[in-house]
Design a protein around this ligand. Sequence first.
Ligand code: ADE
Length: 253
Amino acid sequence: MQIDIVSVFPEYFDITGLSLLGKAQEKGLVTIKAYNLRDWTHDVHHSVDDTPVGGGAGMVMKPEVWAECLDDLLGAGGTGRAGGQATDPVLIFPNPSAPLFTQADATGLSQASRLVFGCGRYEGYDARIPDYYRSRGVDVREYSIGDYVLNGGEVAVSVMLEAITRLLPGFMGNPDSIVEESYTGEEPLLEHRQYTRPTTWRGMTVPEVLISGDHQRVDRFRRDEALERTSRIRPDLIGRLDCDRLDKKDRKT
Ligand code: ADE
């Protein structure tokens, strides 16, 4: 997978060289390049924004600069600076006013071979930028990572990037780690709680069933806990459960 990120603070993405994502790049599973949007400006001040048409506070990112940059990266009408021709670039803009980014989106995007992220700053970007590339047949997505406002798209891109790349085959040392996680699979349940040794710590013991060695009881206990926690903490997720998938014992909990 090739990932290009455009930002006025490309240094933010130095962190992608760390930890598992850094190792995934060393293994050749993913290539991540961060570009400075200001490299596509032509004025002495390298300006990327202007005041909002119609009035209002703050500044809005200009369409011309973004378009020069994205035409280059997406290869529209020329040889891209990113090098190589993209086959299925998905263009993604973080935006607090967009639909929420979910595990299902991460799973879908992990199957793409090329992602291009554009980080907005200030009051956001000119709305014609995503509209233009959509009209040119590009798969353009806008996502919010939560109901709060950040200073810019960089942190949101870091979040999406991690959620997507950890699903790449070969990324996890133990692929089972991602099979039984919250939000994964067809049932969007919060995960049961986890414990490790010692089984008694500061007078607190782990639930007895977990040391019983009875795998059926352990599975039942964990599923009951997942259902109970989800209905208490995230009732919106319980509402999305397919009742036909519940077994008889689930119905009693
Ligand atoms: N930019 C600013 N806030 C954001 C959010 N919550 N999600 C995505 N992009 C953002």
